[in-house]
Design a protein around this ligand. Structure first.
Ligand code: AHR
Length: 505
């Protein structure tokens, strides 16, 4: 028996839509074949972008997309991907077993076009390993300068008179590993240089603050999967940044993967599900370390103290990583199942519950790589069970978390509730591999059911592919039954994710 009670709205927990952001990279078939098929392809496309992917993403309207990596960002030179396609540099991509030619057909303009089509904001990650400060400055100038300069002129000749107004800039990726094997202090020194060199795109006017593009600088946070190293990295990074004057820092990007075997036996099922929960502790720990680090920043002497630093915790990469992804070709491809949908739902709920601590999160990755929402097979575009979770969970965006007291709860039931415009949205994950569960939900006021959707399948390891594209899809859920206007009885099937909405009267 499960008994939940809806309580007070938590005003401090606004659910930023940016918690539902995406990540795409030149790995395996994420971009080539996945998003980018080329203008001349027989596969239906908009300006070279696969129609199936664009349409599905448009429906989801992800707030932010991070690109070009990941590790690839540290070998990416933006100039290789602009100008006439025939003249673009051909490079070699050796990341994560991709090991193939990169023709650079999908570059800055194509990425901006993709973001425009799906109504997402771009996040560009700069090359801090093989690149230079100068290269980053020129990329920012090329993207954002509206005034007439040589670089904005070049952008115009390449098809965009209007600046791209890129707000989010990631400075380095996984700098503790492939991004340079830096020490936290060494990275902090580089970060100071890059952040300080970043151009400004609105005139400084100290007396009359004006509207304009404010860039957000995102620093490389730790490896969330290394319990000792991640504490040291964050402590050392912020303590280095706190020596003398502090450069601009708006975000701190932590990565967390849920590593797992590919087997789908019962023990593995629960191990994978339980492992994804660790992220909640990591968020708690890292959030407090960031606050502590900032509180030790020195006060600026003199008449211009500057604004207080607020640095948001971001989870720039997250998701399940099957071992098979290392050996599969195309690289990092894995078949996401109902089990992945369950951990995807649980992870999004961790973000929602901690929306006062995490401001943005990007799933790794959108198409054909790791915890993908979409896979493509030749001409087919297939939505994975993860896609449906993101779609169902859209109802939480822009709401506020609300108290959900678990008076009695089965160990495999996970839940979260939010409120927006008098509508309560409640997500319920039943991670039990074979038992249906009954939940009694008590409201704090009279309410009526608006709708209920459920994602479940005929078997917990079921997935969607070209032959069975609709094996795991959302359906209308069994209607909750009410004894009175406060108490509702909901039945959730085994291995399922459900979302119900109630209107407060
Ligand atoms: O998402 C795949 C890879 O995982 C990214 O390139 C890297 O940042 C991480 O290690």
């Amino acid at each position: 028996m499960n008994k939940f009670k809806i309580g007070q709205i938590k005003e401090e927990k606004y659910i930023s839509p940016e918690l539902h952001s995406q990540f795409i990279e030149f790995l395996g078939n994420c971009i080539s074949e996945g998003i980018w098929v080329g203008e001349d392809s027989l596969i239906p496309n908009y300006k070279g972008m696969r129609k199936g992917v664009v349409d599905a993403m448009k429906r989801l309207a992800p707030p932010v997309v991070r690109w070009p990596g990941g590790c690839y960002a540290d070998m990416y030179h933006w100039r290789d991907g602009i100008g006439s396609k025939n003249e673009r540099k051909v490079t070699w991509n050796e990341n994560f077993g991709t090991y193939e030619q990169e023709e650079n057909e999908f570059g800055t303009h194509e990425f901006m076009e993709f973001c425009k089509m799906i109504c997402a904001k771009p996040w560009l990650n700069v090359n801090m390993l093989r690149g230079s400060v100068e290269e980053m400055v020129e990329w920012a100038e090329y993207c954002n300068r509206s005034e007439a300069t040589t670089l904005s002129g070049e952008r115009e000749r390449n098809g965009s008179k209007e600046p791209f107004n890129v707000e989010y800039w990631g400075l380095g990726n996984e700098c503790w590993a492939g991004g340079g094997n830096y020490t936290a202090e060494g990275y902090a020194a580089e970060y100071r240089k890059y952040a300080s060199a970043m151009p400004n795109f609105k005139p400084a006017d100290f007396l009359n603050p004006i509207e304009g593009l404010e860039l957000k600088m995102i620093a490389c946070g730790p490896d969330g999967n290394k319990p000792k190293e991640r504490v040291n990295w964050t402590k050392d990074f912020f303590s280095s940044l706190g020596k003398y004057r502090t450069p601009q820092i708006d975000g701190y990007d932590l990565h967390f993967y849920n590593w797992n075997l590919n087997n789908q036996n019962e023990a593995d099922w629960y191990r994978v599900i339980n492992s994804c929960k660790e992220l909640e502790e990591v968020i708690e720990e890292q959030y407090h370390l960031i606050q502590e680090g900032i509180s030790n920043f020195p006060e600026v002497e003199g008449d211009f103290p500057g604004a207080p630093v607020t640095c948001k915790l971001i989870i720039g990469e997250w998701g399940n990583w099957h071992w098979s992804a290392f050996v599969n070709r195309p690289a990092l491809f894995q078949q996401c199942t109902m089990r992945d949908a369950i951990t995807t739902a649980m992870t999004l709920d961790i973000f929602h519950r901690n929306s006062d601590k995490v401001s943005m999160a990007c799933v790794a990755q959108t198409v054909n790589v790791l915890n993908a929402l979409i896979i493509t097979q030749g001409e087919y575009t297939i939505l994975t069970p993860n896609y449906y979770v993101f779609e169902m969970y859209k109802v939480h965006r822009g709401g506020h978390a609300t108290e959900l007291e678990m008076i009695e709860s089965h160990e495999n039931i996970y839940s979260f509730a939010s409120v927006k415009d008098n509508i309560i949205s409640i997500s319920i994950v039943n991670a039990d591999i074979d038992a249906e569960q009954e939940i009694t939900l008590t409201m704090d006021c009279p309410a009526e059911v608006i709708c209920g959707r459920v994602l479940k399948s005929d078997s917990p390891d079921a997935c969607n592919d070209a032959e069975h594209p609709n094996r795991v899809i959302t359906k209308q859920a069994q209607s909750p039954v009410s004894g009175n206007i406060f108490d509702w009885v909901i039945r959730v099937p085994a291995a399922s994710v459900s979302v119900y909405q109630f209107k407060k009267e």
